[in-house]
Design a protein around this ligand. Structure first.
Ligand SMILES: [Zn+2]
Length: 432
């Protein structure tokens, strides 16, 4: 958590208008009666927390969205959502209110009944990431693994902030990343034959046994053994293997070795330096997106993008990190399947200037709306809109309207039911 002083101070424009709640009828009557006399809002411009993680960029948010950085700290992530580790705030009745507090006043109204009953909270967290230095390679558990792991670590009495705590909650963490600039990442295992070719060329004595075993067992189990063998290298063996890797990387003209040298400057002596030879590397072009499956190793290396994920913090690390790596748990939560490079990009479905990115989970949906002129949107659950290129103008039939500038976001409760949007540039929509 960054100190409060590092929160960005967005300029907010909000127009409050009387809401009409009559249609909700009896079940909500107490709540509605108490609200009828108050000013109500259909659109809540958000003030979002900036996380100053060390891998963040000093200038990306300023360049893209004009967000200043007076403290000259790395700005890694802007969080848009109701997560306790960085909750957005909105203005209600003239007062700054945490989005989570607002939603908790009446989850059925704010989230929509179905979402409230199913998830009990805003089911997603929406972020802008500015990656200057690579993030750790990571794997997220499946839902059932998260449930089991969370329960087990609770039983074992491992404190939530302990270095060896793997499971912070019982949820899975499906993720989608959408590139705003060129966005370099690793995602999924390369074909085993490709991994063997790279390591054969390297011809590192310390890895000869591991490589021989993989060559003679080109299966998921063989890959699992090879991967865990690398991660558990220790002492001289690890040091010598990394020395040989860098020695050969410096002599090579292959781009993959250029990447390894770049990473070595960020994470010297980290066994994760072998990862570009094991995992697919990809550079998303602005506007391209990728879905990160559960149980699949991935890492973000450089660039600025949007990320939307289920509301979870469950991360098992696999290198490029000074943090704890629980190799046994990592291996048990990883699928050692080859992931063809051509399967990495997520193709959007396009219609009427809307790019809809199909996501195989129901925690969240994501689309990019391009040019819109009074486009009518029906909503069933709470959503967050982020203006990417310029202003957007939102209107509700109650008469309320709201103008949002580039780089700003707005929370729209389920009870809004319908709004119209006008924008020239792109607007990212996170919804459920
Ligand atoms: Zn991840």
């Amino acid at each position: 958590m960054p100190p409060p002083s590092s929160h960005s101070k967005y300029y907010l424009i909000s127009v409050l208008a009387l809401g009409n709640f009559d249609k909700y009828g009896d079940p909500m009557s107490d709540f509605l009666l108490s609200k009828k006399n108050n000013l109500q809002c259909m659109f809540f411009p958000m003030t979002n927390v900036i996380q100053n993680y060390a891998w963040g960029s000093y200038s990306s948010f300023e360049q893209l969205f004009g967000i200043d950085n007076p403290a000259k700290e790395p700005q890694a992530e802007i969080w848009m959502g109701a997560h306790p580790s960085g909750c957005s705030t909105v203005i209600t009745n003239g007062k700054k209110t945490k989005l989570s507090d607002l939603i908790n006043k009446n989850k059925h109204l704010y989230l929509g009944k179905e979402i409230a009953n199913k998830f009990g909270e805003l089911p997603y967290l929406f972020k802008i990431l500015a990656v200057e230095k690579a993030l750790s390679i990571q794997v997220h558990p499946s839902k059932s693994q998260a449930e089991q792991g969370f329960e087990l670590e609770n039983k074992q009495g491992i404190h939530f902030t302990a270095g060896n705590r793997n499971y912070k909650d019982a949820n899975h963490k499906p993720e989608l990343v959408y590139a705003l600039t060129d966005y370099q990442a690793m995602n999924g295992f390369r074909p085993i034959n490709e991994i063997i070719t790279y390591f054969s060329k390297l011809n590192i004595t310390e890895l000869a046994c591991l490589l021989y075993e993989l060559e003679t067992n080109r299966t998921s189990q063989g890959l699992a053994n090879f991967f865990s063998g690398l991660l558990t290298l220790e002492g001289n063996q690890k040091e010598n293997a990394l020395c040989s890797l860098l020695d050969k990387a410096e002599k090579s003209k292959d781009l993959i070795f250029e990447l390894i040298i770049e990473l070595a400057a960020q994470y010297p002596k980290d066994v994760g330096l072998f990862s570009p030879l094991i995992l697919n590397t990809i550079t998303l072009k602005p506007g391209q997106a990728m879905y990160l499956d559960a149980q699949t190793p991935h890492g973000y290396l450089k660039g600025t993008g949007l990320e939307i994920m289920a509301n979870s913090d469950n991360v098992l690390r696999a290198g490029l990190t000074p943090k704890y790596i629980d190799v046994k748990e990592l291996i048990s939560c990883t699928l050692f399947d080859e992931k063809p490079i051509e399967s990495l990009l997520l193709d959007p479905v396009e219609s009427d200037h809307i790019l809809d990115y199909p996501i195989p989970v129901d925690d969240f949906k994501f689309c990019i709306m391009r040019y819109s002129q009074q486009r009518t949107i029906d909503i069933a659950g709470a959503e967050i809109l982020l203006a990417l290129d310029g202003k957007m103008l939102l209107k509700h039939k109650s008469g309320e309207s709201c103008e949002i500038n580039r780089g700003q976001s707005v929370f729209i409760p389920a009870y809004t039911e319908q709004y119209t949007i006008s924008c020239q540039g792109r607007v990212a929509r996170a919804y459920s």
